[in-house]
Write a protein of this length. Structure first.
Length: 409
């Protein structure tokens, strides 16, 4: 009986070690990546349409629109369009007052960001432009955003993801932990993938697409429209590149209660996309191995297979405790097996690797000291996240699109 328990613990620990080893591969390659600022063309040449889906965002929208008005880019080469989606406030009025072109949409049956963008893209299909930018309403962007994207487009890149960071890391420990999570998810991983030849992925905010891409592929209206569109692009031979010099900062909820809606929506969609697309990615990757697409597709599948970092850490702690118990039992009741000791070593190495992964990500983005201090709250967040995940797996938290609570409300 003891041997079989030790074997089960060893198998679980091995799986976790393999997942963390993959994260360590991305960490090492990201650390060695060239992070020098690339020169920009002297004369910008691409025309951009900036699209902002907004549902009752009258308080946060002015900050973004004023920010966009001050971009280091010729004003005649970009236009800002806001889709006021099922709004009951003055979002459309505010958008016009701050220089944007407002489009009002009312459809209570088809609600949410995906439907709003799909509708707006259809309306603007014939507008002259070279590329589309998609931003969330609670965002501000770096002044060089369009200059960087212009340079990337000039190099032939067709789908580009900016670094999507947290705007308010010091407003609360929940937002601060989200800052830490996005440092590895939105910076370290894409940076590592660029070195290895993978696809940076689409993060839902700070995305840029050439006009050709948007004409060839219809935008999804699902709850996780960015993930689904990324899968569509990958399966059709496209790849997303990462532009770390262009930054978008979005506001994150100050409390776990506020972030629950957003978190549930993300994780529900993530699980659904994993079930739908991981088999397709692995199959296509195997078939496309000869033309150099294997790693790109395999890596995209791994992004869905690896659980959220907080879940991975929680499982690793539980596995380490089980490994320690297995080792103690092995010492008390010798059975000729070293699985308990090996599992314990794997468990220690797995947790150590995760610490290195997290600290490397924070170092790469020059995280403020307050974020490091907030890591003391990580156990609370991990327990909360595991609870949310269990509810999702049991089908108790299923929901469609619901607006994320804003800090100002």
């Amino acid at each position: 009986m003891l041997f079989w328990l030790q074997t089960l613990i060893f198998a679980a620990q091995t799986v976790l070690a393999l997942l963390v080893s993959y994260l360590m591969l991305l960490t090492v390659t990201a650390w060695r990546a060239n992070r020098r600022t690339e020169p920009l063309p002297a004369v910008p040449q691409h025309r951009f349409l900036i699209l902002i889906p907004a549902h009752n965002e009258e308080k946060l929208l002015p900050s973004l629109l004023d920010n966009l008005a001050e971009l280091d880019y010729p004003k005649n080469l970009y236009a800002t369009h806001v889709v006021a989606d099922n709004c009951s406030d003055k979002t459309a009025v505010i958008a016009r007052q701050h220089g944007a072109i407002a489009h009002e949409r009312h459809n209570l049956d088809l609600r949410g960001k995906g439907y709003a963008l799909q509708w707006l893209l259809q309306r603007l299909a014939n507008d002259p432009h070279d590329a589309i930018v998609i931003l969330d309403a609670d965002t501000v962007v770096s002044p060089n955003f369009l200059r960087v994207m212009d340079a990337r487009l000039a190099r032939g890149e067709r789908v580009i993801q900016a670094y999507y960071a947290v705007r308010n890391p010091e407003s609360g420990w929940s937002a601060s932990l989200r800052y830490a999570a996005l440092a590895v998810l939105h910076y370290l991983r894409p940076q590592g993938r660029m070195v290895l030849g993978g696809s940076a992925g689409l993060k839902g905010n700070g995305m840029v697409f050439t006009a050709d891409i948007m004409r060839q592929h219809e935008w999804s209206a699902s709850v996780t429209e960015d993930i689904e569109f990324h899968m569509t692009l990958l399966l059709n031979g496209e790849r997303v590149t990462f532009a770390p010099d262009a930054v978008v900062w979005a506001e994150m909820p100050d409390s776990l209660e506020q972030s629950q809606t957003q978190n549930v929506r993300w994780e529900q969609g993530r699980l659904e996309m994993a079930k739908l697309y991981v088999p397709q990615l692995l199959k296509k990757g195997w078939q496309g191995g000869r033309n150099g697409r294997f790693f790109t597709l395999f890596d995209a599948a791994m992004e869905h297979i690896i659980p959220p970092f907080s879940i991975l850490t929680g499982l690793s702690v539980l596995a380490l405790a089980a490994s320690a118990a297995s080792y103690i039992a092995q010492r008390l009741f010798p059975n000729g097996s070293n699985l308990g000791f090996i599992s314990l070593l794997l468990g220690i190495g797995t947790l150590f690797g995760q610490v290195i992964y997290l600290l490397a990500g924070l170092r790469m983005v020059n995280a403020p000291s307050s974020v490091y201090k907030t890591l003391l709250y990580a156990p609370v967040f991990i327990i909360w996240k595991i609870g949310q995940y269990i509810k999702i797996l049991l089908g108790k938290n299923r929901q469609g699109w619901v607006r994320t609570a804003r800090n100002e409300s």
